[in-house]
Design a binder for this molecule. Sequence first.
Ligand SMILES: Cc1cc2nc3c(=O)[nH]c(=O)nc-3n(C[C@H](O)[C@H](O)[C@H](O)COP(=O)(O)OP(=O)(O)OC[C@H]3O[C@@H](n4cnc5c(N)ncnc54)[C@H](O)[C@@H]3O)c2cc1C
Length: 484
Amino acid sequence: MINGKQYIARINALKPNVWFRGERITSKLSEHVAFKGLLRSQAKLYDLQCDPDYQELFSWPSDTTGHAIGTTYLAPKTPADLEKRRKAIQEWAKLSLGMLGRSPDYMNTTIMALGTSADILKEDAPQRAENMRNYYEYVRENDLSLTHTFILPQVNRSQFYLEDQDAPVIAARVIDENSHGIIVHGARLLATQGVTTDELLVFPSGARLPQMKTAEPMAYAFAIPTNTEGVTYYCRDSFVGGDSHYDHPLSSRFEEMDTIVVFDHVLVPWERVFLYGSITANNRLYPESGFFSQTTHVVISKNIVKIESLLGIMKQMIQSINISEYQHIHEKVSEVVVGLEVMKGLIYASEKEAQLNRWGILTPNANPLQAGILYYTKLYPRMIEIIKLIGASGLVSIPTESDFQSQAGTDLRHYLQSSTQNGEEKVRLFRLAWDVSLSAFGGRQELYERFFFGDPVRLASQLFRSYETSDLEARITAFLHDKA
Ligand SMILES: Cc1cc2nc3c(=O)[nH]c(=O)nc-3n(C[C@H](O)[C@H](O)[C@H](O)COP(=O)(O)OP(=O)(O)OC[C@H]3O[C@@H](n4cnc5c(N)ncnc54)[C@H](O)[C@@H]3O)c2cc1C
């Protein structure tokens, strides 16, 4: 396991080809305006996992070396393992109030699910399965952090659109191979934390590919170091509002950059290729690997902490301006409490109904987790709406730290006071509420929670198709024909 200092040193040493506001970044990422807050926050996660008081929770003896490795790589085999994973994920999430969607636990779990079910890739070639297993071990034993790109550029989403194989490439595909590996060219979206991780994982989108020759170049999966020759990361604009934790309590700490990844004739060595050309393996990968269950288990665990954080913010706002006597406030807060309890129930149900998969990995039941993922895409925007309805003008009556430190401070402390706080403390709280609900950072968080696990419309279709109802239908048929 690494600590925060080691994590930052490793990221600084990579020096990937990353572009931000029209320029290539050449400075250390840990000193760059767009990344320094995030790196510091993420370093705290690594420090916590190395804290002697937390070893029971955050470490686990490696199967291969016996060394302590991080719990979030743990392949669960017992209910206690699943519980330990959940608690470790939530302890990490508390440090960011749940705002780090792509803290390392997410991809550590992804690689655990894919690594333990690597046999599926034998369908492609036995070596690919071996590569996947080796990679899981390599990442786990070195405590590497990963980003990922699973989707293709948003050019034309018509169901019948297939990129013309003779036109210049847009969506990344394998354009060649040689004795060293495959050559990948084109773009992929959307690597959140694109350059603040050690490695980049490129996997299929999860959509089924048609059994057609033209689909084969899209059936590929691999992992490469973030700074691989030929890979460029284009950042969106930064949503870091500034360095001050008072002014920008969330964006100064937790702004996870999203990057567009462009591959320019990138050589991926054969030992890092996990899938290449097998449409059958591509289509079996996610449904059979336990990927969905294990990653959604991380997400729901984290989102429980995020709901708790929003609830805490709401309750403090209500106390501050003394609106707890109004029934509509009770109703709104209760809505959030119901959401929290539903999500807790769903995660416990998924653990209680977990089953060992064919590789002996305890896999949480996917149904409650899928329900939680879909439910949250509606709950999160509603919670943000509730914060706005509670905060009203308080969300924009928010002068900055420097205003309070200036001559204006006396007036502002007086005129912006609330029933329980002086102006400076009230604004501290309401700036947090603003950062989560109205700032560019908050807007992205809302978009993230709607889409990060896929388009909710297509996720709903997936649930519609996969949810087993034959028993229920049979019960209705029996009832309809009951003559007694
Ligand atoms: C903040 C943020 C961070 C993200 N981070 C990552 C990341 O780290 N790694 C990663 O790989 N991805 C990431 N994603 C991408 C995420 O997986 C996608 O946003 C999601 O899968 C939806 O795809 P899309 O954005 O291309 O939307 P589109 O597929 O382009 O959808 C756009 C609209 O068209 C509709 N639509 C399109 N096709 C269909 C269809 N077949 N049937 C019905 N409706 C359709 C959708 O419902 C939607 O309304 C991130 C997204 C966001 C917003």
